[in-house]
Design a protein around this ligand. Structure first.
Ligand SMILES: Cc1ncc(C[n+]2csc(CCOP(=O)(O)OP(=O)(O)O)c2C)c(N)n1
Ligand SMILES: [Mg+2]
Length: 279
C-alpha cells in the first residue's frame, strides 16, 4: 500500500476519516489492555497521522528502507499508541502485533524504537529530538538532490525544548523546502496548559520570523490537512510549518481538552463509554 497511487480527493478524505477512527479505537484498546500510554495525545494526533499515511506520503511498507520513500519522524514519541496503530494500518507489520503493546520484550515499547519496528525512522521519546533528526534527513535529501519529503510531528509543549529553535534557524537558512513540521497544537502539555507554562502564542508569527512558510489548520479537518500537506513543496523555497489546532482527547466527551488524559488510562466503564462514542 502506498499513497503514491493517486486517488480522487473526496475518496482520499473518506478513507482518511475511516482510518482516523480506526486509529483512535485501536490505540485506545491498546492503552486499556496495557493500562499504560498517552491516549489524550494519541487522539489529538490521530487525524494528522491518518492524513500522512493515507493521503500524503509516498512509501511502500514492503520496502521500509527504500531510498526514495518519504520520511516521517514521530517526535512526540510518547503517543506511540496512535503511531503504531497507523503503521500497522499502513501495512508495516501485522495488526495482530498491536496486542503486544508495552508487554515485556514486545517490539512495541512505550516509545518507538527503529531497531525493532519497520517504518520507525528514528527513536523518539525524549522530546526535542525529532525536528533535529528530521532536519538532518532533509539536508541529506537536499544534498543528494533527492525528491523525497520529510515530515515531523511535534507536540506544542515540546517546543519548549531549545533544540527546535536551532532547527528553525538552520532549516530556514538552508531553504529546506523538503521539510515539513507539523505542530500538534492541543494547547496542553503533561500537566498544564502550554500558555500557563511558557507562552507560545503567537506561534505562527514566531515561525514566520524564523523564515518558515506557515499554515494554520484545523488539525481534525481531514480535507484541510490533506490540502496543506499535499501542496507541492518544490519551489516554495522555505521549510513548511503546519500549526494544526487540535484537542487532546478529541473524539471522546469526557477526555476532550482534559489534561488528566495526557497519560490517564481508562477503567472498564470509561473504556466502554469511549468505544461507544468512537463510531
Ligand atoms: C526531554 C523530555 N522532557 C520531559 C518528558 C516527559 N514528557 C512526556 S510527554 C510530555 C508533555 C508533552 O507535551 P506536548 O509536547 O504538548 O505533547 P502532547 O500534548 O501532544 O501530548 C512530557 C513533559 C520527555 N518525554 N522528554
Ligand atoms: Mg500538547
Amino acid at each position: 500500500m502506498s499513497s503514491s497511487t493517486k486517488v480522487p480527493r473526496n475518496d482520499a478524505v473518506t478513507q482518511i476519516a475511516s482510518k482516523s477512527l480506526w486509529i483512535r479505537r485501536r490505540s485506545f484498546q491498546m492503552v486499556y489492555e496495557a493500562q499504560q500510554g498517552h491516549p489524550g495525545g494519541d487522539f489529538s494526533a490521530a487525524d494528522i497521522l491518518a492524513t500522512l499515511y493515507f493521503g500524503v506520503m509516498r512509501f511502500d511498507p514492503r520496502k521500509p528502507n527504500d531510498p526514495g520513500r518519504d520520511r516521517f519522524v514521530m517526535s512526540k514519541g510518547h503517543c506511540s499508541g496512535a503511531f503504531y496503530a497507523a503503521l500497522a494500518a499502513a501495512g508495516y507489520f501485522p495488526e495482530d502485533e498491536l496486542k503486544t503493546y508495552m508487554e515485556p520484550l514486545s517490539k512495541l515499547n512505550g516509545h518507538p524504537n527503529r531497531n525493532y519496528l519497520p517504518g520507525v525512522e528514528t527513536n523518539t521519546g525524549p522530546l526535542g529530538h525529532g525536528l533535529p533528526v528530521a532536519t538532518g534527513i532533509a539536508i541529506a535529501g537536499q544534498l543528494d538532490n533527492a525528491d523525497f519529503r520529510t515530515f515531523v510531528l511535534t507536540g506544542d509543549g515540546e517546543l519548549q525544548e531549545g533544540s527546535n529553535w536551532e532547527c528553525a534557524l538552520t532549516a530556514a537558512h538552508r531553504k529546506l523546502e523538503n521539510l515539513t513540521l507539523i505542530v500538534d497544537r492541543n494547547r496542553l502539555q503533561q500537566g498544564a496548559r502550554t500558555e500557563d507554562t511558557a507562552t507560545l502564542d503567537p506561534l505562527d508569527e514566531k515561525w514566520r520570523a524564523f523564515g518558515w512558510h506557515v499554515e494554520m489548520v484545523d488539525g481534525h479537518d481531514h480535507a484541510q490537512l490533506l490540502d496543506v500537506l499535499s501542496a507541492p513543496a518544490k519551489g516554495r523555497g522555505k521549510p513548511l510549518c503546519v500549526i494544526a489546532n487540535t484537542f487532546k482527547g478529541k473524539g471522546v466527551s469526557f477526555m476532550h481538552d482534559n489534561v488528566s488524559w495526557h497519560h490517564g488510562v481508562p477503567n472498564k466503564e470509561q473504556y466502554e463509554q469511549a468505544m461507544a462514542e468512537l463510531v
